[in-house]
Design a protein around this ligand. Structure first.
Ligand SMILES: *Cc1c(COP(=O)(O)O)cnc(C)c1O
Length: 462
């Protein structure tokens, strides 16, 4: 019997990786032809992956073949050009390839001593990310799983700093005996801000809500008075429905006047800063204190990859560095000292690959192209007699049919038809459809095919 504990001869490994590459290539090539959502039969066939855990293992080639046979047909075609659900990027080929190589490296990117290559790439990628987003040079940061974790990390740094200034050490004493921390949040903030506030002990419900306008932007006049109490203000670049951003210049000035910390949730909207035509959407955002963003959304790298950036490079280590005797402190930048995770995959590799491959102008093109395609989609939807509810200032389009019932019926028909996929939302009390253009792979032809599909199904549901 050939025990699976023996390392496989190199030829087997080479064959296996070639097989994986061929399967992946076939998968991507077929995306254009298949419905965006998997068939019910493909989803039902996922049972073949399971059953009881086998006592005896299988050769790796068989494991991979089963995964491809059952897994691939049951995926959602988010890597293709016609998935407009949530805010979902498709991974750039350069980042998939770089990720494969990095997986073969199998580096733990916690400490410089564990991987000079990937910790260097991590630091380089962060520096380029800060640069392309126009954030302050010399900012600190960390790659994390996504914008939710980036919000948790940025708000942790904010909480600890604001309470330290009031004489309380959260790192040592927790929140017991701390003075109250005032938290102000925009009226159309993303759910992950509330999750973050609850996780870090600040509470989701004791926040003060800043009124927002009909696009979800905080209204900058009539702001509450701030004083010298410890305060955090959470603002947003890119509302998840409308794509609109808060007016940062007056809001940051108002907050900083009172010594408050300004945290920005810019999961996708922060990327407007890299654009040629939409940078004015986020004017003044660089004056904030911390930012959360995603690379797996608009930078189009594979999951999972978010980033937290903090203007003061000492603020993240102040919150997250734990001195432990067996952790040598070297000269290299140790990612584990800057964020919530210790062991971590080499997220910086794919970010580095995306930015190296695209360059500054390629990132601008990617963002601009998605925004232009959203404008094209909105015009086409209006021409079909549908109502577009937002100013299409970025890559998001919120639309509906005549009433909530007709909208739900239309959305169900679009999803079932299979050319494209988009999801439901509620915007200002109306049931709506949300269409987000966030992928490098989306073309004008994809938008036009999607509009044609909507026209076909509208005729049927009427
Ligand atoms: C997507 C999104 C998040 C959450 O990001 P994850 O990467 O899913 O954790 C937070 N805020 C906004 C505005 C978003 O669009």
């Amino acid at each position: 019997m050939r025990g699976i504990w023996h390392s496989e001869p190199m030829t087997d490994t080479a064959d296996l990786l070639r097989d994986a590459a061929e399967r992946a290539t076939r998968y991507l090539a077929a995306l254009e032809e298949r419905p965006v959502t998997p068939s019910a039969a493909a989803v039902a066939a996922l049972v073949d992956l399971g059953g009881a855990l086998a006592d005896q293992g299988s050769p790796a080639a068989e494991t991979l073949a089963l995964l491809d046979r059952c897994g691939s047909p049951a995926t959602v075609a988010t890597a293709g050009g016609r998935y407009f659900g949530f805010v979902t990027g498709g991974a750039l080929p350069a980042t998939v390839a770089a990720g494969w190589l990095a997986q073969a490296w199998d580096q733990n990117t916690a400490l410089g001593v564990m991987s000079p290559a990937t910790t260097t790439l991590d630091a380089l990628a962060l520096r380029w990310l800060v640069d392309v987003l126009g954030l302050p040079e010399g900012s600190g940061g960390a790659f994390v799983t996504g914008a939710t974790m980036a919000n948790i990390s940025g708000l942790t740094a904010a909480r600890n700093r604001q309470l330290a200034l009031a004489g309380h050490d959260v790192d040592h004493d927790g929140l017991f005996g701390a003075p109250p921390l005032r938290v102000l949040v925009g009226g159309a903030a993303h759910a992950s801000i509330f999750k973050a506030l609850s996780v870090i002990g600040l509470g989701r419900s004791r926040v003060e809500v800043l009124p927002a306008d009909e696009q979800g932007r905080v209204v900058a006049d009539d702001l509450p008075a701030l004083d010298r109490r410890p305060t955090i203000v959470c603002l947003q670049a890119g509302n998840v429905n409308t794509g609109a951003s808060d007016p940062f210049e007056p809001l940051v000035a108002w907050a900083h006047e009172a010594g408050a910390w300004v945290h920005i949730d810019g999961a996708f909207g922060l990327w407007a800063a890299a654009s040629r035509s939409r940078a004015s959407q986020v004017q003044g955002v660089a004056a904030a204190d911390s930012w959360a963003t995603d690379a797996h959304k608009w930078l189009n790298v594979p999951y999972d990859c978010g980033a937290v950036v903090v203007a003061d490079p000492t603020a993240l280590p102040a919150a997250f560095d734990q001195q432990v005797s067996y952790l040598p402190v070297g000269d290299e930048r140790d990612p584990a000292r800057h964020g919530p995770e210790f062991s971590q995959r080499a997220r910086g590799v794919e970010v580095w690959a995306a930015l190296h491959h695209l360059g500054r102008s390629g990132v601008a093109d990617l963002v601009d192209r998605c925004c232009d395609l959203a404008v094209r989609a909105a015009a086409g939807l209006r021409a079909l007699g549908l109502e577009v509810h937002n100013e299409v200032v970025l890559n998001q389009v919120v639309f509906s049919a005549a009433d909530d019932e007709a909208t739900a019926e239309l959305l169900g028909a679009i999803q079932a038809e299979g050319t494209a996929w988009m999801g439901p939302t509620t915007w200002r009390g109306r049931a709506c459809v949300r269409l987000s253009v966030s992928s490098w792979a989306t073309t004008e032809a994809d938008i036009d095919a999607t509009l044609a599909a909507i026209e076909r199904v509208s005729a049927r549901v009427e």
